[in-house]
Write a protein that binds this ligand. Structure first.
Ligand code: NAG
Ligand code: NAG
Ligand code: NAG
Ligand code: NAG
Length: 699
């Protein structure tokens, strides 16, 4: 499809050049960008497993935000996938505010989609709603700023690198990287519906490939494959972007000819999708105390959830992360390398509306055929929420599949805020553990007014979903959107992509059938049994309005309580080296000679890593001697390095740097440096640096 463009002189010039070069005219202008969004790496709780003791103690893989801008002569959309647990309304609001300071209203609620990869290895405290920040001791301004800065910088980088380009779509199957972690709930979906699908999780990876139309060189890729980023379990204390984050790093390394993480031009986003009930721990769950299978419906061992843990496919969590990352990567790169994909053509459009979930009322066809009015409920969490999942079980005596209540926990719940009779019947059969919709102190516990959004690039529809849809919930969403497109004169070739965890976090979305069983995902379906049908109705309205160019209105404005936020997170007060030592002093030197296959481990006197997050820099370098100088071969964002921080006592701390010497490492002379900052009692923060003695790597 040919389109007339006049947005910039540069673009016209490039278009002429590409026309002269005998290439087809570019259909789109495309920009990709990557920026560091790593949060504070020490002493802030991780977001995901809700485990109070899972605090950061260093860094394995840096967190990155990856932005993709696609525009035609009329419109543009921005899709950002960030290595964070999820996105909050406050994060998106602040990102848009900062963008407006630079770009006016070019980037706005209509056209910016921000999605979290759902890594459980990133610091939390950034969502604002009380329930999500509570295990982090409240709001973390440091985490919030780190994520906002990174996301804004990634969009700026993309904005500055817009070139004429083409988009290709393709898909592939990955059979060995995911399983369903609540298979018994999935079985409650109607047989006839399940018969339409081969697997109880979606095995398809859908990929958009971006190619410059000036010289046909690849500029970026985004793909969506549903799997939880929980290969790193809740015993991990090093910040990590987990399986999908590592897949991104490896894809970028390949196309950027070995550039260090975050430093190349080509950007590869592995984004989240309908991963609600999908685990990467494909050996499945078993009782770690006895080796026996867990009870199927409650995921317990002898009545206790804490022993029923899923793992695999590797020997430990690092190994599993690496294996899953490589399985997803190899399918994605194979798809990328074949030209077996279809060019995407057609206009760019997007639509966005806020919806007050508890106020929604829709018509819903029950199984017995009668159509009934159903409605959304005030948010509430069920008992089974506290049981956790087999990817990370909870700490108390809760089990999945709980549909009855208990006097003691009801007492605790009512002390916080009792649910009304209406809440109880609305949420039934969910036994309410936390009536979050009734808890208003010190501010909102869970969102009620939420963003919904759909974007289209030609025949590709991207549904920006506000949480974790289960496999079947996602399939129903795809179906409804596709039917709506067809009913409105759209193409049979329409492809619907589910982008998970976008713009807000509303926990899980199960089907009404799965909801009956009250496993973890259902207990965390916060607006009650008809949460999914309400979303299906809303995304149908959005799609219709988008195709017919109608204005649905922006909907009610979600409350802004950013001025009320409370935090009990202790700040860094002071760093003091041990008596007679200096910051950066090397406490443990490397051996003089290291063989390939060994891990070098060194130690330095350090300051607190929270004194400076080192965005786009590094806490460490591994350097190889080349002539007179030293050449950096690895940073803290590399898989082969680990940066671990430890408080030794009072205000003293040290860092351990591990470097795995793989067979890719050339023989030669090396050294390791540590870069940090120390804080003095009266506020000054000063940089310091430490360097090991040189050592030899031999083959
Ligand atoms: C986490 O993974 C490690 C293996 O790396 C395993 O020993 C441990 O039992 C797992 N723990 C939990 C709580 O998942
Ligand atoms: C795919 O297309 C590119 C650019 O036209 C070309 O360089 C490459 O060889 C093709 N790859 C395959 C596997 O056909
Ligand atoms: C169908 O099911 C609903 C909900 O369970 C019930 O209220 C309704 O009366 C049923 N209708 C018929 C015709 O059985
Ligand atoms: C951290 O420091 C304490 C105090 O010196 C020590 O006992 C502990 O073993 C250290 N932990 C690690 C992981 O190095």
């Amino acid at each position: 499809m040919m389109a007339v463009r006049k947005s910039s002189a540069l673009f016209s010039l490039l278009a002429i050049i590409s026309a002269l070069a005998g290439l087809a005219n570019a259909d789109y202008e495309i920009g990709v960008g990557i920026a560091d969004c790593t949060g504070p790496t020490a002493e802030i709780n991780f977001m995901g497993y809700a485990k109070g003791t899972q605090k950061g103690q260093g860094l394995h893989l840096r967190q990155f935000a990856r932005a993709f801008i696609i525009q035609d002569s009329e419109n543009r959309i921005v899709f950002v996938t960030a290595d964070v647990g999820m996105i909050g309304i406050g994060v998106r609001r602040e990102v848009l505010k900062r963008l407006s300071e630079n770009y006016g209203d070019i980037y706005n609620e209509q056209n910016v989609i921000i999605s979290g990869t759902h890594t459980h290895g990133g610091p939390g405290g950034f969502l604002m709603d009380v329930i999500f920040d509570i295990t982090c001791l409240g709001f973390s301004r440091e985490t919030f700023n780190a994520y906002v800065d990174g996301i804004v910088n990634s969009i700026k980088a993309a904005h500055e690198h817009i070139v004429p380009g083409k988009i290709f779509i393709g898909s592939t199957q990955i059979l060995d990287a995911s399983i369903n972690r609540s298979p018994s709930a999935y079985l409650l979906n109607p047989q006839s519906e399940r018969d339409e699908y081969e697997h109880d999780v979606d095995k398809e990876l859908v990929q958009l490939k971006f190619v410059s139309s000036v010289d046909n060189s690849p500029i970026g890729v985004i793909n969506w494959f549903p799997v939880h980023a929980t290969s790193m379990n809740n015993t991990n204390h090093l910040v990590s972007s987990d399986n999908v984050g590592y897949a991104s790093i490896l894809f970028e390394k390949k196309l950027n000819k070995g550039a260090l993480p975050g430093k190349g031009k080509f950007v590869a986003g592995f984004a989240s999708s309908n991963l609600g009930d999908v685990s990467p721990n494909i050996k499945g769950a078993k009782c770690i105390n006895t080796g026996e299978p867990c009870d199927r419906d409650s995921s317990t061992c002898g009545g206790e959830a804490k022993y029923c843990i899923a793992s695999g496919p590797g020997e430990d969590i690092f190994d599993s992360t690496k294996i899953i990352a490589n399985r997803i990567l190899s399918k994605a790169t194979a798809l990328f390398d074949t030209n077996d994909s279809t060019e995407v053509t057609g206009p760019i459009r997007s639509i966005h509306q806020y919806v007050d979930m508890p106020k929604q009322e829709i018509e819903y066809q029950m199984h017995n055929g009668t159509v009934q009015k159903v409605r959304g409920c005030k948010p509430a969490m069920g008992y089974s929420f506290a049981a956790g999942t087999t990817d990370g079980p909870g700490e108390f005596d809760f089990k999945q599949g709980t549909t009855t209540t208990n006097e003691f926990w009801n007492f605790v719940r009512d002390f916080l805020a009792p649910p009304t009779d209406e809440d109880i019947s609305c949420q039934s059969p969910k036994p309410i553990l936390l009536a979050t919709g009734r808890m208003i102190k010190p501010y909102q516990w869970q969102p009620e007014i939420i963003p919904t959004q759909v974007a289209m690039i030609g025949d590709v529809v991207i549904a920006a979903l506000p949480g974790e849809f289960t496999t079947m919930s996602g399939r129903r969403m795809k179906k409804v959107i596709k039917e709506t497109v067809l009913e409105n004169g759209g193409s049979e070739d329409t492809k619907v992509i589910l982008a998970g965890l976008c713009n807000v976090y509303t926990d899980y979305i199960t089907t009404p059938e799965e909801y009956q069983m009250q496993r973890y995902e259902a207990a965390s379906t916060i607006y009650g049994p008809y949460t999914l049908p309400i979303h299906l109705n809303q995304y149908k309205l959005l799609t219709e309005a988008l195709l017919n160019d109608q204005d649905l209105g922006s909907g009610p404005n979600p409350p802004d309580f950013s001025k009320k936020l409370i935090s009990f997170i202790p700040p860094v007060i002071l760093d003091l080296p041990d008596y007679s030592r200096a910051f950066g002093e090397c406490l443990e030197e490397p051996n003089e000679e290291i063989n390939v296959g060994e891990t070098v481990s060194v130690k330095f006197v350090s300051g607190h890593p929270r004194n400076n997050l080192m965005h786009d820099k590094t806490y460490l370098t591994v350097e190889r001697q080349e002539g007179e100088g030293w050449n950096v071969v690895a940073t803290d964002g590399c898989w082969e390095t680990k940066f671990s921080w430890n408080r030794t006592y009072f205000a003293s701390s040290e860092v351990t740097i591990d470097w795995e010497v793989t067979d890719e490492v050339k023989a030669g002379t090396y050294r390791i440096q540590h870069f940090g900052h120390s804080k003095s009692l009266f506020g000054g923060i000063k940089p310091y640096r430490g360097t090991t003695r040189p050592f030899k790597v031999v083959h």
